[in-house]
Design a protein around this ligand. Structure first.
Ligand code: KG4
Ligand code: ZN
Length: 358
């Protein structure tokens, strides 16, 4: 069984072929350089760039796999949530191929791509506890099965990756910010500045990064003669220390809320044995290390996709598409791409997660 996956929901155009023996047969990925000069993703530019690259990436992927279009059993595309112009490009490509080849189409929720990705590289059984941290999303979920999620907590403002990107922008470190912050943080002193940990005292699994981001802004402003962040004169060492303190604080917020979620998870799902992290921020080595320790503390096995499959890619779409296809979960060609699409939308409301006593 071979599934083609197409990703185009943000600023990465990804195509991959995966089979049910968990082999990645072919892969092609283009991360948009176009966005770097803007310090973020411009939706219209992203959509045009997907359109420009997608056909050649599909061809390249098949060439690398030494397969032809007719070898494919199903075609999956990230069909939301995301920047709709880009999503439409991937979905139309997938639908056209499905129609021409007379093969099933899977309209994949992009978040499900992140959520199931760790099952490709690791032996992770359902149910498992998942921290999904990306540029657009930050959620703590129980993955009960393919298509079955219980959301325990979410950010009430910025996503974790968004906070990394915004802090990096304030420090003039370019986009995307996460990798650069991680690099500089490794040379900094994470104890130098004390930063706020919003929502830590709340009796739920929700997160907030907006106050932390504002505190970093104020700190940077204090280096400016006129209080304007653009005129801040920061010695290199202080930039490293700010990165280290921000990364440590953001990670601590995630770890502390996950700790609360773990207690709920262990109680409600005693047959669950894994703690998984996925999404772009899961590429962060500091966070991975802290989560590994957290798993050990609570006797949960820690798992995460390989670093290169944490940020958006076609492999996670092909794999999650395969997981759906083999359960018969395909979609008709009139599926409408969705800018918003909560992963747990059909699930009953999580009863009790908010009231877990730590
Ligand atoms: O999953 P992803 O590629 O796109 C979304 O679905 O949003 O995640 C991108 C996010 C960006 O915010 C980026 O700064 C962050 O992941 N990121 C990282 C690292 N690598 C990527 N954040 C922290 N540390 C990293 N090493
Ligand atoms: Zn993503």
């Amino acid at each position: 069984m071979i599934v083609l996956g197409i990703e185009s929901s943000c600023d990465d155009t990804g195509v991959a072929l995966v089979n049910d023996k968990k082999e990645i047969l072919g892969e092609a990925l283009q991360s948009q350089e176009e966005q770097k000069q803007y310090g973020g993703v411009v939706p219209e530019i992203a959509a045009r760039a997907h359109l420009e690259h997608i056909d050649e990436l599909v061809s390249l992927c098949f060439k690398r796999a030494k397969l032809s279009l007719s070898d494919v059993d199903a075609i999956a595309a990230s069909s939301g949530p995301g920047l709709i112009g880009g999503v439409v490009v991937g979905v139309m490509t997938a639908k056209s191929l499905a129609l021409a080849l007379n093969k099933p189409f899977v309209a994949l929720n992009h978040l499900e791509g992140h959520a199931l990705c760790a099952r490709l590289s690791n032996e992770v059984e359902f149910p498992y506890l998942l921290l999904l941290v990306s540029g657009g999303h930050c959620q703590i979920l129980v993955v009960k099965n393919v298509g079955e999620y219980e959301r325990l907590g979410t950010t009430i403002d910025d996503a974790a990756g968004e906070a990394f990107d915004k802090v990096a922008k304030m420090l003039g470190l370019g986009y995307p910010g996460g990798p650069m912050i991680e690099k500089l943080a490794s040379m900094g002193n994470e104890k130098r500045f004390s930063l706020p940990r919003p929502l830590l005292g709340s009796n739920d699994c929700n997160l907030s990064f907006s106050g932390l981001k504002t505190a970093v802004r104020k700190l940077i402003e204090s280096y400016s003669p006129d209080g304007d962040i653009k005129n801040a004169d920061l010695p290199k060492e202080d930039v490293n220390d700010i990165c280290a303190c921000f990364q440590a604080t953001a990670t601590d917020c995630l770890v502390r809320k996950l700790e609360r979620a773990i207690k709920y998870f262990k109680q409600k799902y005693p047959n669950g044995h894994h703690l998984v992290v996925s999404g772009g921020v899961a590429a962060n080595g500091y966070l991975r290390e802290k989560l590994k320790n957290l798993g050990e503390k609570y006797n949960l096995e820690f798992a995460a996709p390989p670093i290169k499959f944490c940020t958006d890619n076609g492999v996670m779409v092909a794999w999650a598409g395969l997981e759906r296809y083999r359960l018969g979960l395909t979609n008709s060609l009139d599926f409408k791409p969705r800018p918003r699409w909560p992963l747990d939308e059909n699930a009953p409301k999580a009863a009790g997660a908010g009231g877990v006593k730590a």
